[in-house]
Design a protein around this ligand. Structure first.
Ligand code: SF4
Length: 325
């Protein structure tokens, strides 16, 4: 099945933005649950091949569910995850979500074996693979392209910023040009392409953050996850924040809602928005502490979008012709 054909299932529904839940329901005809998997890989900016210490904001414990332990094999992790969600709801289809660390950073044969194991588990209809832009290869893309003829395959790249100075400041150890190159390599191969972006990295102005929407809109992405910057315990950034809090400009809720609303207005209308906020566990989160549940935040976002009479892509054309200042 070609990507163009797959993309026809993306729907805006009645929301003012392209919503991931609607997209999934339109594509599969029912709810599909992601099951996180941790295969115990590392990252090139942790193991010394490019750098040490990882990204300054990163604590992988902050997004790892309890059922997801690398010492358990994939089948065991999937079983635990599927049992966990099946107790709550009647769900029959699942996506194996290779989430922790860099899930393409290993020997290709090992990677292939792990992906195929996940796809052979009953009920698993596809893969979502989180990785870095500098950790994909032509061989990997060809393999995923083959899989995409039969399964839903999504490659989710950590973009985090379109500004090299920010990428350098947070020790990403890759440039935005490498991100652009990675998307070019993976586009038109039947693979869904996702992006992950952090809003509020130190030193980025409001205009620069809005410009991320313009730059991301030029990439061949299908999905976008947005997160506000969070300071999480046991990270390099937590120490930096303790020493120099004045260098951080963490969002108040109202400011974040305002930024998001304008960001959505600048974004290409067909990019499906998968997330707007992060939710680190409260025992790991240092700041900002908004104290809102995800559904409460979503309610505020939708209220703000309606109040501002905003919709996704409202300003997209103007930006294409550089007429918006
Ligand atoms: S954010 Fe991703 S690339 Fe960076 S250290 Fe964490 S897992 Fe590795």
């Amino acid at each position: 099945m070609q990507k163009e054909k797959k993309k026809s299932t993306i729907s805006n529904s009645v929301k003012a933005y392209s919503d991931y839940g609607n997209f999934i329901r339109n594509k599969f005809g029912e709810r599909v649950q992601k099951i996180s998997i941790n295969v115990g890989f590392t990252c090139p900016n942790r193991d010394g091949s490019k750098g040490r210490g990882g990204c300054t904001y990163c604590n992988n414990q902050s997004f790892k569910p309890d059922y997801c332990e690398p010492q358990n094999d994939i089948g065991e992790q999937l079983k635990k995850g599927i049992d966990f969600f099946s107790q709550k709801r009647n769900i029959n289809k699942f996506l194996a979500y290779f989430q922790s660390y860099t899930n393409t950073y290993a020997e290709l044969d090992l990677i292939k074996d792990l992906y195929l194991k996940a796809l052979s588990y009953p009920g698993v209809v596809g893969l979502v693979i989180g990785t870095r832009p500098d950790c994909i290869s032509e061989e990997l893309i060809e393999f995923l392209s083959e899989l995409s003829k039969k399964y839903f395959i999504c490659l989710e790249l950590g973009v985090e910023s379109t500004l090299d100075r920010s990428l350098e400041a947070v020790n990403r150890c890759h440039t935005f040009a490498e991100t652009q190159e990675a998307y070019k390599m993976a586009s038109n191969k039947g693979i869904y392409l996702g992006a992950h972006l952090i809003l509020g990295l130190p030193g980025e102005s409001r205009d620069e953050m809005l410009q991320h929407a313009v730059e991301l809109s030029k990439l061949p992405i299908d999905f976008l996850k947005l997160h506000q910057l969070q300071i999480v315990k046991h990270t390099v950034m937590a120490s930096q924040y303790r020493r120099n809090p004045e260098k951080f400009n963490l969002f108040e809720i109202e400011d974040y809602l305002d930024l998001l609303t304008h960001f959505i207005g600048l974004l290409r209308p067909d990019v499906v928005l998968e997330r707007f906020i992060s939710e680190s566990p409260s025992d790991l989160l240092i700041a900002p502490k908004w104290g809102l549940k995800n559904f409460e935040m979503m309610h505020l976002i939708e209220k703000k979008i309606a109040k501002e009479n905003m919709w996704q892509g409202k300003f997209y054309k103007e930006l294409k012709s550089d007429s918006l200042s």
